[in-house]
Design a protein around this ligand. Structure first.
Ligand SMILES: C[S@@+](CC[C@H](N)C(=O)[O-])C[C@H]1O[C@@H](n2cnc3c(N)ncnc32)[C@H](O)[C@@H]1O
Length: 268
């Protein structure tokens, strides 16, 4: 186990009052913390962040309230993880309804190259003329294709839209910009916007045409859709509409829309 204890401790040190606590959760705070299991998990060397990101409510007055947003936005998946976190379908409808607009994609083709069980591909099919789906792993939805190596032709699809594995998101953007004729939309954690590496590799020369921040949380749970899940992580749509190349990136918000765009059938 390198363990996740040391990883978490490093994060704690760098992001959270390291001077005050020397990077360790102070005894007093740990015993006060009402998130049961937190201290035990830390001591056992497991990821306490998983509790924050995948469901535990962030309680008022809890020591975790002191953690920075950066800490909460961390998600540590092992390198060989499939990183299968299905997107609640309303978040995909939100992209079309509030960012790209339904009339602009009518009759167009779309590729969802990391489709998982199809939770994003299905709502996309409500708007596009056709949607092609694939994934590097077998989920019984689309054919098995690694998007980063499969020889899709350049400009072969009007749009490429997906929620990629976070650790490969940069490569996905790069590949998608080659494959898409009209545009690319990537759902990613808000923090994808930062980092010198991403600035130099993507944003400096290929800034998105729109950055659309969800004002509501978009809870994602490993391996399944969970209507009741909560999350401390913010998400945004990063859109590269090639028709708007050269224009200043537009900062926008995805307004509250979960209630209007969520369907009973999404969770069946
Ligand atoms: C965060 S999940 C999103 C699944 C689906 N797009 C959705 O939103 O419901 C990321 C998906 O990427 C797939 N994946 C991981 N590496 C991939 C690769 N190199 N090429 C294609 N798909 C990949 C995983 O199997 C997983 O289904």
């Amino acid at each position: 186990m390198e363990n996740s204890y040391y990883r978490q401790e490093k994060i704690w040190k760098s992001h959270n009052n390291s001077a005050r606590h020397g990077g360790r959760l102070p005894e007093s705070d740990a015993t006060k913390c009402p998130s049961k299991g937190f201290e035990k998990k830390l001591i056992k060397g497991e990821s306490f962040l998983s509790e924050l990101v995948y469901g535990a409510p962030i309680e008022k007055g809890c020591c975790m309230q002191n953690t920075s947003h950066a800490v909460m936005a961390q998600r540590h998946e092992p390198k060989d993880s499939t990183d299968n976190f299905p997107t609640p379908p309303w978040a995909t409808r939100a992209l079309i309804e509030h960012v790209i607009r339904p009339e602009s994609v009518r009759g167009m083709t779309c590729l969802e190259p990391a489709c998982g069980q199809g939770h994003m591909a299905r709502p996309l099919a409500e708007y596009f003329g056709s949607v092609q789906s694939s994934d590097a792993y077998h989920y019984g939805f689309g054919p098995v294709r690694d998007f980063l190596v499969y020889p899709y032709d350049a400009l072969s699809h009007d749009w490429v839209i997906t929620n990629p594995p976070f650790r490969l998101a940069e490569q996905f953007v790069d590949r998608a910009l080659t494959v898409a004729r009209v545009g690319v939309a990537i759902l990613a954690r808000t923090v994808f916007l930062e980092s010198v590496g991403r600035y130099e590799d993507i944003f400096l020369r290929r800034p998105p045409s729109a950055f659309a921040q969800f004002v509501e949380r978009v809870p994602m749970v490993k391996g399944r859709l969970d209507r009741k899940a909560s999350t401390a992580t913010g998400y945004a749509w990063f859109v590269w509409d090639k028709r708007q190349q050269g224009e200043t990136s537009k900062l926008m918000w995805v307004p509250p829309c979960r209630r209007a765009l969520e369907r009973e059938k999404d969770y069946r």
